[in-house]
Every structure is written in structure tokens, then in C-alpha cells.
Design a protein around this ligand. Structure first.
Ligand SMILES: CC(C)(COP(=O)(O)OP(=O)(O)OC[C@H]1O[C@@H](n2cnc3c(N)ncnc32)[C@H](O)[C@@H]1OP(=O)(O)O)[C@@H](O)C(=O)NCCC(=O)NCCS
Length: 287
């Protein structure tokens, strides 16, 4: 897209621009995981969209495609000095339509949007699903002798469990997510089958925990305890779907307090996921 008169264009991002977007995300206080943006870029570089005036980056956002089956919009930011002039509206509609064109017909798009923007996204065809609440505090965990390193089991088991809570295959993304630098991925096994898994990863400040998926709340409690023990005494953030009461209770029981939140919204049919097993979402930016 190019507006010759204003010299504004929208296109894929360069790697340098991705670094600028990462800095903008930090300035917004979103505290992305240290490797999050790099991993998403490696998985789907076409998802990174830049709005430029001349050669200058003025706004950005991502439109991840999970194998064309599911999309996710995130990291929507207009440079701070240029807000409120309609640039965001122009970029957002371009990104939505560009993502729809990248997906199979009828595929759903998800997003976690700031609460103030819900009316804008609703006008753009998204429907509110639930609130994802960010909980934050100091990690106090307990070792669990049965928690295994996720890399010690065949990845197919992780992929199978993940599908219950994410709905779509995201194997290449997940493989790099669970092996990311400074991160640790743990799982719990029952009768030879993976029944819970979670990842703790370094963020700009402290650590983030996500995803945390478990077949039952008692498994989630053991898993969270083991993940917190890995970063004992450090600040942690965990993003929890408000409609999962057991997950909210666990976050509070581990001493975390609500600090921020987003509205999970979908364009198209909401995916069939077992939200009762989502004790921590992977990330607000990528789903
Ligand atoms: C959100 C953002 C990208 C919008 O870009 P922009 O160029 O300022 O947006 P526009 O001028 O095109 O306005 C777009 C809409 O957003 C609304 N909006 C923008 N900022 C808002 C805010 N803080 N609260 C409520 N609504 C807001 C505008 O009212 C407008 O809605 P309308 O069409 O219903 O009137 C920009 O304000 C920004 O970068 N904010 C900080 C990062 C952020 O919060 N991103 C969204 C994450 S979900």
C-alpha cells in the first residue's frame, strides 16, 4: 500500500525495524519475553508489518499466520508523537485484511487488545470472548521431583497436549519456544502421557510464565510450583483467562496480584479450546 501524496506506505518490516518495534513494546510497558519477538520473526517474517513515512518507521503491528489455519494480531503501535491522527486506523484495517488474505477462507483471527480499544476492534468485526488478566509478584515455588524437562520427551506429546488448549498446530513456533535461550520448559506425565506443561522465560523485567496448560488444577499447581522454583525470588508475570476460576485462584495462592489485562477477541468463530486447562496464556502478542 502506498499513499503517494503523504509518502506513506505499508509493507513487510526489515530486521532493523523489528528491533525498533521491540523497543516500542518495551516503552509501552508490555515487558515482552527477551526472545519472543525474535522467535515470532523466525517463525513468520511476513507477519511483521511496517507503516513508513518515506523511509521512516512510524507505526507497526504483527499478523501471525499459524499455517493459514488461525491468525493472531499483536504489537499494534503508532509512534508516540503521531497518535490520534488516523494512522492507526489505516494500518489496523490493512493488517486485518492482509492477514485474512494469508489465511484459509473462514479462518479465525484472535487478539488480546487493551480494554480501551475494545469498541474500535468491535467495529472492525471482532467479538469479545473473555478477559486475560496479568498477575505479577515474586516467585515462590517448590521443587517437584516428578517434573520433567520437556526436551526429554518426544515433541509429538507436547504438540498433542498443546492442541487441546491452542486448537491449531504451531509445531515450529512451539519447538523454538520451549528451547529458547534462558527459558525452561517442564512437564508432568501420568500413565506415560504428558498431562501438563509450562514454560518460564526471561523478560525485559523479571520472568514470564507461559504457556501453562494442564488437564487438572492439581497438576497446574504442581507445575507452577516447579516453574516458580526455577526463578525463586524473581519477579514473574502470568497471564490468566478470567473465565478459568481455578487458574485465578492459583495465581492468588502463589502470591501474585493483578497488574494489567487485555480483552481476548476473535474475528470469526471462537476456536474450540479447553479454557479450563489454560492456566497461563503463551503471550498477549502472539496468542
Ligand atoms: C492504539 C494505537 C495504535 C492507535 O493508533 P492511532 O494512530 O492513535 O489511532 P487513530 O487515530 O487511527 O484512532 C484509532 C481508534 O483508536 C481509538 N484510540 C486510540 N487510542 C485510544 C485510547 N488510549 N483509548 C481509547 N481509544 C483509543 C481512537 O478513538 C480511534 O477510535 P474511533 O475510530 O472509534 O474513534 C496508538 O494509540 C498506540 O500506539 N497506543 C499505544 C499502544 C497500544 O495501546 N496499542 C494497542 C494495543 S491492543
Amino acid at each position: 500500500m502506498k499513499d503517494e501524496k503523504l509518502d506513506i506506505s505499508i509493507d513487510q518490516m526489515s530486521q532493523d525495524e523489528v528491533r525498533t518495534l521491540a523497543q516500542w513494546a518495551c516503552s509501552e510497558g508490555w515487558n515482552p519475553g527477551k526472545a519472543d519477538i525474535e522467535l515470532a520473526w523466525a517463525f513468520d517474517p511476513q507477519a511483521f508489518i511496517a507503516m513508513r513515512r518515506g523511509d521512516e518507521l512510524i507505526a507497526a503491528g504483527t499478523i501471525l499466520s499459524y499455517g493459514g489455519q488461525f491468525g493472531f494480531m499483536g504489537l499494534f503501535i503508532v509512534r508516540a508523537d503521531l497518535r490520534g491522527q488516523g494512522l492507526g486506523t489505516q494500518l489496523w484495517h490493512h493488517r486485518r485484511d492482509r492477514l485474512l488474505a494469508r489465511l484459509q477462507p473462514g479462518a479465525t483471527i484472535g487478539m488480546d487488545g487493551v480494554f480501551d480499544m475494545v469498541p474500535f476492534y468491535t467495529k472492525g468485526g471482532f467479538q469479545f470472548a473473555w478477559r486475560d488478566l496479568r498477575f505479577e509478584g515474586i516467585a515462590h515455588g517448590h521443587q517437584d521431583a516428578q517434573a520433567i524437562d520437556l526436551q526429554s520427551i518426544p515433541f509429538e506429546q507436547v504438540d498433542r497436549l498443546d492442541r487441546r488448549y491452542f486448537a491449531f498446530s504451531r509445531a515450529p513456533f512451539l519447538q523454538s519456544w520451549i528451547r529458547q535461550p534462558g527459558g525452561q520448559a517442564l512437564g508432568l506425565i501420568e500413565a506415560g502421557e504428558l498431562v501438563a506443561y509450562g514454560v518460564v522465560r526471561p523478560a525485559q523485567a523479571g520472568f514470564k510464565i507461559g504457556p501453562v496448560f494442564a488437564r487438572r488444577a492439581d497438576l497446574a499447581e504442581r507445575l507452577l510450583g516447579a516453574l516458580f522454583a526455577k526463578v525463586e525470588g524473581h519477579t514473574v508475570q502470568l497471564d490468566v483467562p478470567e473465565i478459568n476460576e481455578a487458574a485465578l485462584k492459583l495465581a492468588v495462592r502463589f502470591g501474585l496480584a493483578e497488574s494489567f489485562g487485555c480483552a481476548r477477541m476473535y474475528h470469526g468463530a471462537a476456536p474450540q479450546i479447553e479454557v479450563s486447562g489454560v492456566f497461563g496464556v503463551t503471550s498477549f502478542e502472539f496468542g
